[in-house]
Design a protein around this ligand. Structure first.
Ligand code: NDP
Ligand code: 8X3
Length: 249
């Protein structure tokens, strides 16, 4: 049975992926900062599969490396890495953007993804096998008004995804990105700093993607035969044509 490590497993896309993987019997390492949610997941999914939880902030390099190094032997061989932890912080024009928000997005979405990958890739190289899925975004394919730094962080994920695939080529490791469009999770609550009215509006008037839709796609990606690598997959709600064109009722 394969072992999957999912960052950002306490909510949204990561949580739905954990639930989906557990139902298929994959061994799980679930990561996030909210301990209570991690424990709830361990209790609920632990009846279906083996679950180990790791609490770390992806921004803290030493914490990331030590946490992953602390894995018990039965969880050490990670077959699948889902680099999912991330968020947008703010939606402001560049001239009024908040520098703490910029730091958060670059530190979490870009550097955090790199730190986690750095901790896991050596084991994959040793075993000459593994599968890395980087969660990008339509925001990493097309810049939208006020998206500036969030888009930059997701363009970086796109570049890192390509770079990883090139550098790891020939080592039995598959690398690919899944790039969702508008997906109804806690994403907009975080972006708008808990302003739930503003957050809800983002998904009103059309049928947004649900995190289960993305989990379903991630499960499809990881269950392709070994010679098939889905390198870059973009998925939007049917009502969405681009980052800025969404057909609303
Ligand atoms: P959620 O806010 O629902 O989930 C974000 C997850 O990331 C949480 O589990 C959170 O866990 C974790 N996380 C955030 N910051 C940190 C941190 N510093 N250290 C460790 N974990 C962290 O959002 P989504 O599920 O929507 O987002 C998941 C990914 O999908 C992100 O990369 C996002 O950019 C991407 N995405 C989302 C889209 C959408 O429309 N929702 C569309 C395209 C891409 P905790 O707070 O417990 O640490
Ligand atoms: C999330 C999609 O359009 O809200 O990455 O930025 S969007």
């Amino acid at each position: 049975m394969k072992t999957a490590l999912i960052t950002g497993a306490t909510s949204g896309i990561g949580k739905s992926t954990a639930i989906r993987f557990a139902s298929e019997g994959l061994k799980l390492i679930l990561c996030g900062r909210r301990q209570e949610r991690l424990e709830e997941l361990k209790n609920s999914l632990g009846v279906e599969t083996s679950v180990h939880i790791l609490n770390f902030d992806v921004r803290k390099r030493e914490e990331v490396l030590q946490s992953i190094d602390s894995l018990p032997p039965e969880f050490k061989n990670i077959d699948i890495l889902i680099n999912n932890a991330g968020n947008a912080h703010g939606l402001e024009p560049i001239q009024s953007g908040c520098m703490d928000d910029w730091d958060a997005m670059m530190d979490i979405n870009v550097k955090g993804l790199l730190y986690v990958s750095k901790a896991i890739i050596p084991g994959m190289l040793e075993r000459q096998s593994g599968h890395i899925i980087n969660i990008g975004s339509t925001a990493g394919k097309e810049v939208y008004p006020n998206g500036n730094v969030y888009c930059a962080s997701k363009y970086a994920v796109d570049a890192i995804n390509q770079g990883m695939r090139i550098d790891l080529n020939g080592n039995g490791i598959r690398v690919g990105a899944v790039n969702p469009g508008l997906t109804q999770t806690e994403f907009s609550d975080v972006r708008f700093k808990g302003n739930s009215e503003k957050a809800e509006k983002v998904y009103q008037g059309f049928e947004a993607l649900q995190p289960e839709d993305i989990a379903d796609i991630i499960h499809f990606v990881v269950t392709r035969p070994y010679h098939v690598n889905i390198a870059d997959l973009t998925v939007m709600p049917t009502a969405q044509a681009s980052s800025t064109i969404v057909h609303k009722n």
